[in-house]
Design a protein around this ligand. Structure first.
Ligand SMILES: Cc1cc2nc3c(=O)[nH]c(=O)nc-3n(C[C@H](O)[C@H](O)[C@H](O)COP(=O)(O)OP(=O)(O)OC[C@H]3O[C@@H](n4cnc5c(N)ncnc54)[C@H](O)[C@@H]3O)c2cc1C
Length: 289
């Protein structure tokens, strides 16, 4: 059985200093919904674990607020808190929707957005949303703070751009209250389902109906969560109609094959991601007749 000691630092500095002096032997923990599953499965990731460093007492990691049009979401924000946040309902409803779709009420009450990002699962629901929102993560290590754009956060499945002695304090992004947003998720079944695929969309059309901002991030499609730049380029500067939406949806599937190659799952994923993106664009845009 894996045995480890429990540490509850009183400050972010103390947490980072402890991680620094116990390299490879300590792990920050938040809601533990991913961590405990990995421990039970005897994941090689934790074979040298001696200490868990509980982040829950650190006030810097909590809260959701908006200041000067920038939304700040603490890393310890649970999926439930995000789901019910009036700030997110107004300023980033797709993040609230993604968090509302995570697991079960028990998982949403424990699991945090910071943990979802740091776990670097390709099937994470909040991750593509943060990319579509053009969010930055604020992280702190023993040498101070830095920001990491969410588009650079996942290096590969299970691996983030964080150093082992860095922790995520939170995320910030411009409010999208004036834009239309969509989050769609396809799971294997309705209850407690990890995403098979999902789509996050932030879009704005000018007074003439021309798309002047679009961020489209499909989840579980590329090796690491990312924006579908080819589809975005097709949409930008155009007034959407059924043909354009169809082309953009196919462009996402084409980019998936270009970037990941043809795999055993492509026969399923290609038509399904095309349909999901088409539905997101139909829901998220005013379509010209
Ligand atoms: C039954 C079940 C169903 C699920 N369904 C879904 C689903 O539908 N959609 C979905 O997206 N996810 C789902 N998940 C995954 C999970 O709930 C999320 O990934 C969760 O958000 C992880 O957060 P946590 O606080 O529990 O992280 P923890 O388990 O505490 O930590 C996970 C990892 O993140 C690191 N970490 C945590 N916080 C920080 C921080 N602030 N800074 C640096 N590192 C940190 C830890 O060291 C660890 O490596 C499910 C999980 C289970 C068990």
């Amino acid at each position: 059985m894996l045995r480890y000691d429990y540490v509850r630092p009183a400050s972010v500095e103390e947490a980072c200093a402890f991680l620094l002096k116990t390299p490879g032997r300590s792990c920050p923990i938040a809601g533990c919904t991913d961590f405990l599953v990995q421990v039970r499965e005897k994941s090689a990731r934790w074979k040298d674990l001696q200490y868990v460093v509980d982040l829950s007492a650190l006030p810097e990691l909590s809260g959701i607020r908006v200041e000067d049009g920038i939304v700040h979401v603490g890393a310890m924000t649970t999926h439930s808190a995000a789901e019910h946040s009036p700030v997110l309902a107004e300023h980033a409803p797709l993040l609230a929707a993604a968090c509302a779709s995570v697991g079960s009420p028990q998982i949403r009450n424990r699991g945090t957005i910071g943990g979802a990002v740091a776990n670097a699962s390709p099937a994470s629901d909040p991750m593509p949303v943060l990319i579509a929102l053009e969010a930055n993560a604020l992280v702190q290590g023993p040498n101070g703070q830095r920001t990491i754009p969410m588009s650079d956060m996942i290096v590969k499945p299970g691996k983030t751009a964080l150093a082992p002695d860095e922790i995520i304090l939170g995320f910030s992004f411009p409010s999208v209250a004036h834009m239309r947003t969509v989050f769609l998720k396809l799971g294997r079944r309705k209850a407690l389902s990890i995403s098979r695929m999902n789509v996050s969309l932030v879009v704005h059309q000018d007074a003439e109906g021309v798309i002047d901002h679009v961020a489209l991030a499909p989840g579980c499609v590329f090796a690491a969560p990312d924006r579908a730049r080819k589809a975005e380029a097709l949409l930008l500067g155009r007034r959407p109609d059924a043909a354009l939406i169809d082309d953009a949806a196919k462009a996402v599937a084409d980019e998936m094959i270009e970037r990941t190659g043809v795999r055993w799952s492509t026969e399923y994923k290609q038509p399904v991601i095309t349909a999901l993106v088409r539905r997101a664009l139909e829901n998220g845009t005013e379509v010209a007749e």
